[in-house]
Design a protein around this ligand. Structure first.
Ligand SMILES: [Zn+2]
Length: 99
C-alpha cells in the first residue's frame, strides 16, 4: 500500500475541465510602483491541455505581504510608562497605620 503524501500536486483545470493543472515553478512578474519586480521559482499551476496558468494563491498572499508591509500601529508607547510610574508612587506612599 502506498499513500501519496503530497496533497494537491495536481488539480483539475477549471478552464477546459479536461486537463490537469500541475504545480510548477515560474518566474513571476509584477509591478511595484514604477519598478518591475521579478520573482524566480514562484509556485504556479499550469494546465497540460490548454496551458492555463494560475499563480499559487498562498504564494501570492505571501508576496503581497512582503511587498506591502502593513505599518505597525504603535499606540503611544509612553502611556504605559507613566501608568507604571504612578502605580509605583501609590505603593510607596502608604498611610501610617495607627496603633
Ligand atoms: Zn486546461
Amino acid at each position: 500500500m502506498r499513500k501519496y503524501n503530497e496533497p494537491q500536486s495536481m488539480i483539475p483545470c477549471s478552464e477546459c475541465n479536461i486537463g490537469m493543472m500541475h504545480k510548477t515553478r515560474v518566474t513571476y512578474f509584477t509591478w511595484l510602483a514604477d519598478e518591475l519586480i521579478t520573482v524566480p521559482d514562484f509556485p504556479a499551476w499550469i494546465c497540460d491541455v490548454c496551458g492555463k496558468r494560475e499563480y499559487d494563491l498562498e504564494a501570492l498572499n505571501n508576496l503581497a505581504l512582503l511587498l506591502n508591509p502593513i505599518p505597525a500601529q504603535t499606540k503611544s508607547p509612553k502611556a504605559s510608562k507613566s501608568v507604571q510610574k504612578s502605580e509605583g508612587a501609590k505603593t510607596s506612599a502608604q498611610p501610617p497605620s495607627p496603633e
